[in-house]
Ligand binder design. Structure first.
Ligand SMILES: Nc1ncnc2c1ncn2[C@@H]1O[C@H](COP(=O)(O)OP(=O)(O)OP(=O)(O)O)[C@@H](O)[C@H]1O
Length: 259
């Protein structure tokens, strides 16, 4: 039940970065949603991406995950794996997981069954649920339940979870595939203050074992988790650095005050 590797070579991160986005441009009817965008993410780092509406954040994630093909540029997973040569499902199975804003958990199944299914996304639902798990697989589910703080809810129907818990379950489902990179889109939208705090703890605990790229509008949340922040504007990187550096950057202040 291990995820099928999409690549026949290991991800080469010996130079540091696990993701290279270089000179990427995407046009929609002549409008440049991404304009010569270059961005490097180190293995295991937690990176926050911010930017005003329409800055290109979603388009950037679409390019990394193979949903949108750029007109120009290169995207590499480690030094050798050309993501632009792969299909969306190959990229997902090969180690780049994406969490969309809206949770897609199976509401009538238990939390546990959702995680079990996520471990074997290429098998049928029933063959997976009828299959007996081995010890290693059970350990992995227990480990992920603990990480996402849903051990006590393991046998509950996913539909009965709070909004925040559903978001964590979805992150857990991605973790079952052991991704090297996790892309997380607005993880705390609609969450309570306490859920937001727990999400910050969860995402920071994942960094190190996974590279985590978080796109988020909530600046207080970004401040609470960010080491390095990248600001996108008009499809390019406007500024990059620590939260303090970003907040005092006149270009960034202008873009945000101009909104
Ligand atoms: N399929 C599309 N067809 C035409 N224009 C598009 C398409 N997708 C995105 N755009 C345009 O490209 C620009 C960048 O959009 P994108 O969704 O990447 O920005 P964003 O930074 O994610 O914004 P938001 O914070 O509002 O989600 C926007 O002006 C958007 O209208």
């Amino acid at each position: 039940m291990q995820p099928r590797p999409a690549f026949d070579q290991p991800v080469d991160t010996r130079k540091g970065p696990i993701l290279y986005v270089e000179g990427v441009s995407v046009s929609f009817d002549g409008f440049k949603a991404l304009n010569n965008l270059s961005l490097y993410i180190n293995d295991g780092e937690l990176r926050c991406i911010i930017g005003p509406n329409g800055a290109g954040k979603t388009t950037m994630m679409d390019v990394i995950t193979g949903k949108t093909r750029p007109d120009q540029g290169q995207v590499y997973f480690g030094q050798t794996i050309n993501l632009l040569a792969l299909q969306e499902h190959e990229i997902a199975r090969g180690g780049i997981g994406r969490k969309f804003q809206k949770p897609t958990v199976l509401e009538t199944l238990s939390v546990y069954d959702n995680l079990e299914l996520a471990m074997a996304s290429n098998k049928g639902v029933w063959s997976c649920l009828l299959h007996t798990l081995n010890g290693e697989q059970r350990d992995r589910i227990a480990e992920v339940l603990h990480l996402i703080r849903l051990t006590a809810q393991a046998r509950q129907q996913a539909g009965a979870l709070s909004h925040g818990q559903k978001q964590w379950l979805e992150i857990g489902m991605l973790l079952m595939q052991n991704p090297r990179i996790l892309l997380v889109d607005e993880p705390v939208a609609g969450m309570t203050g306490e859920e937001t705090e727990r999400t910050a703890e969860l995402l920071t605990s994942l960094a190190g074992r996974h590279a985590v790229i978080v796109v988020e509008h909530d600046m207080a949340f970004v401040r609470s988790i960010a080491r390095t922040v990248t600001v996108l504007h008009q499809g390019s990187v406007l500024a990059e650095g620590s939260m303090d550096k970003i907040q005092n950057d006149p270009k960034v202040i202008e873009v945000y005050l101009g909104e």
